[in-house]
Design a protein around this ligand. Structure first.
Ligand code: NAP
Length: 407
């Protein structure tokens, strides 16, 4: 696994080095996965070709996960898949069925934990013409960093009446004096200094590199002081200790700068999660980058996506240190599987994010331009067509062709 092979993305002194013909593993996904993957691949290849001619090209490599993997290997998430993503560093995936049944964990959660993809990154930006419930959806332009490996998503919980639940109830009584009803299910919500600092660090670095004005820490620290409240405290600490000269807090903003953010600084602020749900609806233009623990981020990312037109178009990525997995943010929508019907926009825009991550920004820009024009021309898939007056409904593959035509 060296650069000599010329196909592996790697990091050198913290910078990503990308060969011209990188191998990128892909997981096609279950249900509608194959439909949207075909469409996305068509668009990604066309964008790279139109941006770089034959100087650059992605060499796609299929890896298995989900139902396809289970049918072929009896494993939902084979080790070979994890190893390939670890080796090639940048990968993309369609949606995966979550196997139902006790003791089987979500494959998505498994991928994030096994590969230590600690940040779920969701850019949310309005595309002109998309039906939205907002009066002014163009004010929404945020990038959300959601912690991926801690909090209640660790799945540390025990059934009511189980031996572990009983022991925890007894321990709390003995050590702390407080009573938990004996018929309670019990869960643990760990949030660490380490996990918080690396997530907030990534969010601040993103804000600095992309010229964003603020990073908001979103938490429920008023109620959960030692988990969510600690997230807030550790977030401010990392800003102060590692980015002290380039960030300011709201106190300093008002005391020294009359409420105007100096051009060379990023404002670090915090909001309590419930209030933040009001803020994104009422004053979205005041927020740029958001950093938050796992469960807050779960709710907030879907709410934000809905504000700009829904999950069919929301891109996302799971990112760790020098490793990234881009993904469609919706599920497998099994009732539409194989119909060439659904919107491939989420996976296509995730692919554009991937091209940005690789530094192939011209190709990414071609995709966003093509998609915006396809929407402006009202040639869209069923989900958008049913909400847009005068739209022409096109198939999943047809939408991809439309994007390529408009690049
Ligand atoms: P879902 O698959 O996202 O589908 C729910 C509805 O959302 C669909 O019926 C459809 O709405 C709409 N939709 C989803 N994707 C769309 C697209 N590309 N274009 C247009 N409309 C789209 O959610 P679910 O039914 O709750 O979950 C199904 C399976 O997916 C489950 O096994 C779940 O665990 C899994 N899942 C996987 C992921 C992932 O891999 N990241 C994420 C979420 C869920 P209409 O019926 O109104 O047309």
């Amino acid at each position: 696994m060296t650069e000599a092979s010329g196909v592996i993305v790697y990091t050198e002194d913290g910078n990503l080095v990308v060969p011209d013909f990188p191998v990128i593993p892909f997981i096609e996904g279950d249900g509608i996965g194959p439909d949207i993957w075909r469409a996305a691949r068509r668009v990604l290849d066309a964008a790279v070709s139109s941006a770089f001619g034959d100087q650059r090209k992605i060499q796609w490599m299929e890896v298995l996960a989900g139902e396809k993997a289970f049918n072929q290997t009896q494993s939902w998430l084979p080790n070979d898949t994890l190893e390939a993503i670890r080796t090639y560093r940048v990968a993309i995936k369609g949606p995966l069925t979550t196997p139902v049944g006790e003791g089987i964990r979500s494959i998505n959660v498994g991928l994030r934990q096994e590969l230590d993809l600690y940040a779920c990154v969701r850019p949310v930006k309005y595309i002109e013409g998309i039906p939205s419930p907002m009066i002014k959806p163009s004010d929404v332009d945020m990038v959300l960093f959601r912690e991926n490996t801690e909090d209640v998503y660790m799945g540390l919980e025990w059934k009511a009446g189980s031996a572990v639940a009983q022991k925890i109830i007894d321990l709390v009584k003995a050590e702390d004096g407080r009573s938990i009803r004996p018929d309670s299910g019990v869960g643990i919500k760990p949030i660490s200094r380490f996990g918080t600092r690396r997530l907030v660090r990534m969010a601040i670095e993103y804000a600095l590199v992309h010229g964003k004005r603020s990073v908001t820490l979103v938490h429920k620290g008023n109620i959960m002081k030692f988990t969510e409240g600690a997230f807030r405290g550790w977030g401010y600490d990392v800003a102060q200790e590692e980015f002290g000269g380039r960030t300011i807090t709201e106190d300093v903003l008002w005391d020294k700068h009359g409420g105007k953010i100096p051009p060379d600084k990023v404002l670090i602020k915090d909001r309590i999660a419930d209030a933040m749900f009001q803020q994104i609806l009422l004053r979205p233009s005041e927020y740029d980058v958001l950093a938050m623990p796992n469960l807050n981020g779960d709710y907030m990312s879907d709410a934000l996506s809905a504000m700009v037109g829904g999950l069919g178009l929301a891109p996302g990525a799971n990112i760790g240190d020098g490793i990234a997995l881009f993904e469609a943010t919706h599920g497998t929508a099994p009732k539409y599987a194989g119909q060439d019907k659904v919107n491939p926009g989420s996976l296509i825009l995730s692919g554009a994010m991937m091209l940005d991550y690789l530094g192939w920004k011209t190709a990414a820009a071609h995709i966003r331009k093509g998609l915006a024009k396809a929407v402006a021309n009202k040639r869209v898939t069923y989900d958008l067509a049913r909400q847009m007056e005068g739209a022409t409904e096109v198939k999943c593959s047809g939408f991809a062709e439309e994007i390529v035509r408009q690049m």
